[in-house]
Design a protein around this ligand. Structure first.
Ligand SMILES: [Zn+2]
Length: 75
């Protein structure tokens, strides 16, 4: 049995890690976005104040970069 650590195929995981700022308390939150399901919207609970953060993720068709918009749930 031969162990070949470098030959293992790397699975494609279209996850982008992003930092979002809590619209309630201003704390930074780390979260991840599944690029295969864009556009998508999520509700993330703030890791600091536990308030719900509405978060929408889209891909900019011109630049191909990820756009994140956050707002309060009631806005
Ligand atoms: Zn917060």
């Amino acid at each position: 049995m031969t162990f070949r650590p470098c030959s293992w195929p790397t699975p494609v995981q279209p996850l982008e890690y992003v930092n979002i700022t809590c619209p309630h308390c201003g704390a930074c939150n780390d979260t991840e976005v599944d690029l295969s399901t864009l556009p998508a919207s999520y509700v993330e609970d703030c890791q600091t104040c536990c308030a719900p953060i509405m978060m929408s993720a889209t891909m900019d068709p011109d630049t191909g970069s990820l756009l994140i918009h956050t707002c309060r749930e009631n806005d």
